[in-house]
Design a protein. Structure first.
Length: 82
């Protein structure tokens, strides 16, 4: 299942030199409820930022990865690395 969402915050961290991200986000259809997920950096597109419009991929209710939505990546806005 894919759900459209917006990132509201990101906290990067490392465990034994492996990079992870805690990502805070809201589903587009429920902006009152802030959710969080911890994923390896490899499960998230390059250089995520707050306010990015994304697609959250779930399997059996668990987030497996996050991708930037097409309309967001085609907007052509320059972003700095996290």
């Amino acid at each position: 299942m894919n759900v459209n969402a917006t990132i509201v915050g990101i906290v990067p961290f490392e465990i034994q030199e492996d990079r992870y991200l805690t990502i805070y986000y809201v589903h587009d259809d429920d902006s009152e409820n802030i959710l969080q997920v911890r994923l390896p950096a490899s499960a998230v597109y390059a250089h995520p930022h707050p306010n990015d419009r994304v697609s959250i991929h779930y399997v059996l209710g668990v987030v497996t990865h996050i991708v930037e939505r097409e309309e967001a990546s085609s907007a052509g806005t320059a972003k700095a690395a996290v």
